[in-house]
Ligand binder design. Structure first.
Ligand code: ZN
Length: 342
């Protein structure tokens, strides 16, 4: 099953650039052993509680320090893309929050990441190339003015690179900051798709506000069902809307928002046929990859090879790209199925 999961052509829709750095990439960026261990320290915790989620965010400082020059942002982006390609990801939506560094401002940061995406050469030895798109994030800890300026910059950059920038995300520590609906309405009016980190912690008022906005996808969607920190009203509304969920199993288990793999809320999504995709979130921080996430899904929820293929196939409909790209990807999936199933 591990080999099957590895070979499966996969779709990754929730991957943070700065959380996806492997040990090899961190080394290449000049990180010392101590800071690499610090970056991966959450994996060594013996016990996690919902408070562990708060410990996740300071770890990203290590990635930021390691990518404080344009050159390192470029190297990190290319390395992360190559890791996903090596893992047989055929379509990747990478996400990152624009920031300032030693020799770049937010706009140059976006330009550098896009240059790394566009320059990426297929050096994975695979015949399949990979399609790579970008989602730009708004940090929920930022105030309305900073978020407003950020969305204006994102809209400007989308005008310049419409073939790469496809969406906007709300990210950051869910125990801080808030969701400014107007910012995302403006992004939507300008042709950007919206995904929101949603219901990572119990916060029914905010989750309802997000549902009323009707994002194109949500990240995690943990505390919606009554058994998982949500309530009946939220679950009822969610079942009506059927917003696709980006599920990140290992991330939720390590951050303590899910009570082990078997206790993951994905079981309610499967049972109620709510659309979802399987994603890594921060493969470097949580020491995982997308193949591993598919394997864990099959192991803990009793899914067979065809179930996993179907999840991949149906994830194509959730991408933030054109119908033409969807058709192309479905063809890749169908061809693979014909070759790999009797
Ligand atoms: Zn995330």
């Amino acid at each position: 099953m591990e080999i099957f999961c590895k070979n499966l052509p996969k779709i990754e829709l929730h991957a943070h650039l700065n959380g996806s750095l492997s040990s090899a990439t961190l080394k290449k960026l000049g990180c010392l052993t101590d800071s690499i261990s610090e970056y991966q320290k959450l994996n060594t915790l013996l016990e996690t509680t919902p408070e562990t989620l708060n410990d996740c965010f300071p770890v990203f400082k290590i990635a930021h320090n390691a990518t404080n020059t344009k050159e390192n942002v470029y190297t990190a982006t290319q390395s992360v893309i190559k890791d996903f390609h090596d893992d047989n990801v055929v379509y990747l939506e990478l996400r990152t929050t624009p920031r300032n560094g030693d020799d770049f401002d937010k706009e140059t940061y976006i330009e550098t990441v896009i240059k790394a995406i566009c320059d990426y050469k297929n050096c994975s030895g695979k015949t399949e190339s990979m399609i790579i798109k970008l989602i730009l994030c708004i940090d929920r800890r930022h105030d309305i003015r900073t978020s407003s300026e950020m969305i204006d910059l994102i809209i400007k950059m989308k005008g310049k690179y419409p073939h790469v920038i496809k969406g906007v995300d709300l990210c950051g520590n869910p125990n801080e900051g808030k969701f400014f609906r107007g910012i995302f309405e403006k992004a939507r009016e300008n042709g950007l798709k919206i995904t929101l980190h949603c219901a990572e912690v119990a916060n029914s008022d905010e989750v309802m506000e997000m549902f009323e906005f009707k994002p194109d996808r949500i990240g995690h969607g943990t505390c919606i069902h009554g058994d998982f920190g949500g309530n009946e009203m939220l679950w009822w509304k969610f079942q009506d809307l059927r917003i696709p969920v980006e599920c990140c199993l290992t991330s939720n288990v390590i951050c303590g928002t899910s009570n082990g793999f078997e206790g993951h809320h994905i079981k309610e999504l499967i049972k109620n046929k709510i659309p979802f995709c399987i994603c890594t979130d921060d493969k470097g921080v949580f020491n995982t990859d997308l193949s591993c996430e598919y394997f864990l899904l099959s192991k803990h929820f009793g899914l067979d090879k065809m179930d996993l293929w179907k999840i991949c196939f149906e994830s194509v409909d959730l991408i933030f790209d054109s119908d033409e790209v969807k058709r192309e990807l479905k063809k890749v999936m169908m061809n693979w199925m014909e070759k790999n199933f009797d």
